[in-house]
Write a protein that binds this ligand. Structure first.
Ligand code: SF4
Length: 281
């Protein structure tokens, strides 16, 4: 049986102006990156983008907000958007990604039709201190535990190529494994002149090795290759799925452009895989 590849789309519903200083993130107000900034994307625009993602084959749709976490206003906005998307796409796997959250807030998202919550550990506990000083890795881990307690599916992964060591990668992967998430997003750092992190980009071979290493550690988790895919995996026959991935983000990312969904579907077919037509988590 051919392997099926899960397609997911992300929607930046509140962009930029984040008070945190994550060194890899163009949405941090500390770095003054040249990005689009807005408080709340109109709900009808979010619904339009969700329908468009679904028509391109996305089974998952993620509502992402910048910032440290949820407050009452942001929670009201995300739940309104979730209900609006759910009402027109009853089958979509709806994900929310809104930073730190307590169990009560997460249950409110679930009540509004959200299936999964994405909160990334990003990197190893030790390395995280060198890439962010305004909040702790431990607080990220705690939110992931809240997600599990709330009954939502957990989506948690991180970003590679920040200058972390192989030991950091191994430690990070072990930490994600301890959470046993349904999905783990794998991002590959995209250099930006505004960002303080100036690590050497990973080679395609190194990045494929990372996917294989993660797959060996988490055999039952959906591994979703997300940001940085287009600039990291560049050889014409590069096969991230043979390395262990079984999902990708299609379309644009939070602040960077992605591949045309049609081209990604063609790439999946050309490599000999099916596109998933139903989601199990
Ligand atoms: S990763 Fe999240 S918390 Fe960190 S700067 Fe970006 S938006 Fe803010």
């Amino acid at each position: 049986m051919k392997k099926s590849i899960f397609l997911c789309s992300i929607c930046n519903i509140s962009s930029g102006s984040c008070a945190e200083d994550c060194g890899f993130c163009t949405q941090s107000a500390h770095h003054h990156a040249d990005i689009e900034r807005y408080k709340y994307k109109p709900v009808d625009q979010i619904v339009f983008e969700a329908k468009s993602a679904a028509s391109n084959g996305a089974l998952g749709f993620c509502l992402v907000t910048s910032g440290l976490g949820l407050d009452d206003k942001k929670l009201a906005f995300v739940t309104e958007a979730a209900r609006a998307v759910r009402s027109v796409l009853p089958e979509i796997h709806l994900i929310a990604c809104n930073g730190m959250a307590n169990v009560e807030q997460l249950r409110a998202l679930k009540e509004a039709g959200v299936n999964s919550y994405n909160h990334n550990l990003e990197s190893s506990q030790a390395f995280y201190k060198t890439i962010c000083t305004t909040h702790t890795w431990e607080s990220r881990y705690e939110t992931c535990l809240h997600v599990k307690e709330s009954g939502l599916f957990l989506c948690s992964g991180g970003i590679f190529g920040l200058g972390e060591s192989k030991e950091d990668r191994a430690s990070f992967i072990e930490s994600v494994k301890s959470l046993n998430p349904e999905t783990m997003p794998l991002n590959f750092y995209i250099q930006n002149p505004a960002l303080p992190l100036k690590a050497n980009p990973l080679s395609e071979a190194e990045a494929l090795e990372i996917i294989t290493q993660v797959r060996a550690a988490l055999p039952n988790t959906r591994l979703m290759v997300a940001g940085g895919r287009e600039i990291t995996f560049v050889s014409p026959n590069c096969d991230i799925f043979a390395a262990g991935a079984d999902a990708i983000v299609i379309g644009d990312y939070l602040t960077t452009k992605g591949e045309l969904p049609k081209k990604d579907r063609e790439m999946i077919t050309r490599l000999g895989y099916d596109i998933a037509s139903s989601c199990h988590a």
